[in-house]
Design a protein around this ligand. Sequence first.
Ligand code: GLY
Ligand code: MN
Ligand code: MN
Length: 310
Amino acid sequence: MLGDVDGETAAKLGAELNPEALTVALDELRVRKTPYEVACLRKANARAFAGHLAAREAFDAGAAELDIQLAYLAASRQRESAVPYQNIIGVNRHAGVLHYQHYDLHPVQWHYSLLVDAGHRYRGYCADITRTWAGREASELFEQLIEGVTRLQRRLIDSLAPGHSYLALHERMHRELGELLAGHGIVRCSADAAVAQGITRAFCPHGLGHLLGLQVHDVAGRRLADGSSLPAPADHPALRLTRELEAGMVLTIEPGCYVIPMLLAPLRDAEAGRDIVWETVESLAPHGGIRIEDNVVITPDGHDNLTPKS
Ligand code: GLY
Ligand code: MN
Ligand code: MN
C-alpha cells in the first residue's frame, strides 16, 4: 500500500516518488484530447451555457449577485460544491475585479454590467466560459466595447489552427485591444504606442487563455513535449500557454478590457498617462470590465468552438 508514502520512505524502498520523466510523459498524454475527452468538454460547455443564459435573464430581471448565482446553478443543473471553480458573478464595478469571489445579497439600484465567469464539470472535464452583458443603465460606449471585445475574440478564434504560436495570438490580442481603445477615443495614441507603453496591459493584465481539460488550467501549457521549460516572456508573465498549437489541444480564448483603478493609477503620472483620456476611463469605471471566453479544440485543419453561440 503506497497511499501515504513520502519521498524518504520511497527512497528506502529503492523507489522514486513521482519520477519526473513519468509525470512529464503523463502530462503530455493529457495535452492532446481524445474524441471522448472532446465530447465530455462539449457536454460540459452545453450545460454551462444554459447557466449563462439564465444568469443573464436573472440580471435583466433585477436579481442580486447571489440570486444570479443560484439561477446559474439551477439552469446548469449543478450544486455549488460541484463547480470546477468558484463562479465569478460580478455586477457593475465588481465586473472589473478579476477573481471576484463575493455574492452580494442585495440588488443594485443602477444596472451597468454583469460579468459571469462560470463553468461545469462533466465526467471530470471542465468548461470555463465568460460572458459580459450590458445593463439598462450601461453607456453606449460600454455596449460598443462589449461588441468590440466579442469581435476581437471571434477574429482570434477564426485564426486558430495547428502550427500557430499561442504567444503570437496573445500579442495580437494586445495590438487589437490597442486598436479598440484608440478607435473609441479611450487613448489618443496609436495601437502600437498603447502596447509599447504598457497601456493595453493595464486594461487587460491577464493572459489570452490556457489549456483546458481535467483541470481548468490544464497541465503542460508552458513546456515543450520533452518536458523542457517554455516560460512566459518577462513582459507577459501571466500567460499560461506558450506552446505552439497542435491538433487535439483544447484551450480558452478570453480577451478582456477592464477599468482596474489599481493598475491604471500608476499610469496617471507617467508619460503614458498623457495618452489616456481619463474622463472617458472614469465614465467606464462603474461598468467594471469585459471578458468574453470560449473553449476551442484545435482540429487537424483548423478548430471547432465547443462553446454554443450566444
Ligand atoms: N475561470 C478561470 C479562468 O478563466 O482562467
Ligand atoms: Mn479561463
Ligand atoms: Mn474563466
